[in-house]
Unconditional design. Structure first.
Length: 538
């Protein structure tokens, strides 16, 4: 009737032992499953970080970087948040099950490599559309990032000179006699930017000012020969620094501000302003130094007897080809880039005749043309390439064998092999094996970038702001033309203060017009946006 003493304690001990037995260490299979799961998450994190680094290094549209990373993480089922500021991406990987967060900082200097950007874009698209695994994608990204540049530095230095010679006629009223001097000054700028600036960190900080000083000094010196009758000072001074103008920088900042990326856009815009002020003051200092040596230095801001408009259609493709080489584009990308640049320049050039007082409209229409062509190329290029490959295969596998089928010489001299001898039986004719078709996605961002670079110098030349520093130089040196431009000290000081700001205002005007045109073109071609992958376009 009564429980034995100590019975309750024994029952508790039995339950405790049973619970301990139930809490046995997890089986080896369970541990392997957890390890594999964690390894998969880590590999996906590694892929996202490498993708982010590659996109920033090779010139992906900065105002859409967060969108690309967000869509990639969503496809890979990773909880991630991304914040982009110039040259830096803050990445936060969240885990809702363990309530932990891992923060990574990807810091990369911004660059442009159109060939590698296309390869990275193809990897990104394959992963987003579940055609490629994370491990293989990471390996391919490593291969792209370790690949050597397509064009060597010492090849790109003379290409800078060719680009300056090509941009002088259609953007800055240059003539044939000015082209050799423009080539020389362009090579000097290329040498400073590609060789001296990367090798010396101290010089890299003053590269913009020194390049503007050297080129404007030499340009005014050549332009003053025979009182300016031989060479054109304005064409030489402007064409030599056309490739270091901050047009791309201001364009990215205005696109970021227009797409409500306030932090990145504001930081980049302020940087572009300071960069532009450096260029403006460099032009003033270089022109002043030569004006100090020669009181009759050339001060004309326009060239005499410029080339007619039909000549421009020869120099624009040449300038575009130089831009493709400088920015490491692939040869198969250059025809499309050249056509887009030529179309955008035609629209910009002819519209500028009707909108002489406001160059923003012509820049906007030129950028709208480039954007529509590039986005249509991105949307329809794959189908066009497939159609072309169908035509090639039809010729190679159907039509060509009919014309090339010949009877082998001496075939009648051979006796027919017996059926009983299978080893001597002639082999059945085999069709040539077909290679698996790989059609890359057409990349709008890479295709339109050289065309945008063509828009910037011509837009600035229309404003005539790059040579506003000549007036300041004359006021500093007291040259003969200074009396007509500055009567008293107050006017002189106003001219000095306004020089760099004129350049800055013109650059921002051109960039705003181009950014509006690019956004309108994206809206026209993709009115409903893209369903799965981000719009890889400016």
């Amino acid at each position: 009737m009564f429980a034995a003493p100590g019975g309750a304690g024994e029952i508790n001990d039995q339950w405790a032992e049973k619970i301990k037995k139930d809490k046995q260490p997890k089986s080896k299979k369970e541990q392997i499953r957890i390890t594999v799961h964690i390894a998969g998450i880590i590999s996906r994190h590694r892929y996202l970080l490498k993708l982010c680094r590659a996109l920033m290094m090779y010139g992906a549209p900065t105002h859409r970087l967060e969108e690309y990373m967000t869509m990639s993480s969503r496809v890979l089922e990773i909880e991630g948040q991304f914040l982009y500021i110039p040259s830096c991406m803050l990445v936060s990987f969240d885990d809702s099950t363990t309530h932990t967060t891992e923060v990574k900082v990807v810091r990369v200097s911004q660059g442009v490599d159109l060939g590698k950007l296309r390869d990275v874009h193809n990897i990104y698209k394959d992963v987003v559309h579940d055609k490629l695994g994370v491990e293989e994608a990471t390996r391919r990204l490593d291969e792209v990032m370790q690949r050597r540049p397509k064009f060597h530095t010492w090849l790109r230095v003379p290409v800078y000179g060719v680009a300056s010679a090509c941009v002088a006629p259609f953007a800055f009223e240059g003539r044939f006699i000015d082209l050799p001097i423009a080539f020389l000054l362009g090579c000097i700028v290329g040498l400073l930017q590609l060789v001296f600036a990367p090798s010396n960190e101290l010089y890299a900080h003053v590269f913009e000012v020194s390049a503007a000083v050297i080129t404007s000094f030499l340009a005014r010196g050549f332009g003053s020969i025979q009182q300016g009758d031989l060479f054109c000072f304005s064409a030489l001074a402007q064409s030599s620094i056309a490739l270091i103008l901050p047009g791309y920088m201001v364009l990215c900042s205005s696109l970021e501000l227009q797409s409500h990326n306030i932090v990145a856009g504001s930081v980049r815009m302020v940087h572009a302003m300071i960069y532009t002020l450096f260029l403006g003051y460099g032009i003033t200092i270089g022109a002043s130094l030569y004006g100090m040596m020669d009181k009759n230095a050339a001060s004309e801001t326009h060239c005499r007897n410029p080339l007619s408009r039909p000549w421009y259609f020869i120099f624009v493709p040449g300038f575009t080809l130089c831009l493709c080489i400088i920015n490491q584009a692939k040869w198969r990308q250059t025809p499309v880039m050249t056509v887009m640049a030529l179309a955008g320049f035609c629209v910009n050039s002819y519209c500028s005749q009707y909108f002489e007082q406001n160059t923003q409209i012509s820049n906007m229409l030129g950028a709208l043309t480039v954007g529509i062509l590039a986005n249509l190329y991105s949307r329809l290029g794959r189908h066009v390439e497939n159609f072309w490959l169908d035509v090639v295969e039809w010729w190679q596998f159907r039509m060509r064998p009919r014309f090339t089928r010949k009877k082998p010489a001496g075939a009648e001299a051979w006796s027919a092999p017996s059926v009983s001898d299978p080893e001597s039986r002639p082999a059945s004719p085999e069709k040539p094996p077909r290679q698996p078709r790989k059609v890359g996605d057409s990349l709008a961002a890479a295709a339109m970038l050289p065309a945008i670079f063509v828009q910037v110098p011509s837009g600035l030349a229309a404003g005539g702001s790059l040579l506003a520093g000549v007036t300041s130089a004359n006021a500093l040196n007291g040259n003969a033309t200074a009396a007509a431009n500055a009567v008293d000290t107050g006017v002189r000081m106003g001219s000095l203060d306004g020089t760099a700001f004129n350049v800055l205002f013109s650059v921002i005007q051109v960039a705003i017009g181009i950014s509006v045109g690019l956004f309108m073109s994206a809206l026209i071609v993709y009115p409903l946006g893209k369903r799965r992958s981000g719009l890889f376009s400016f």
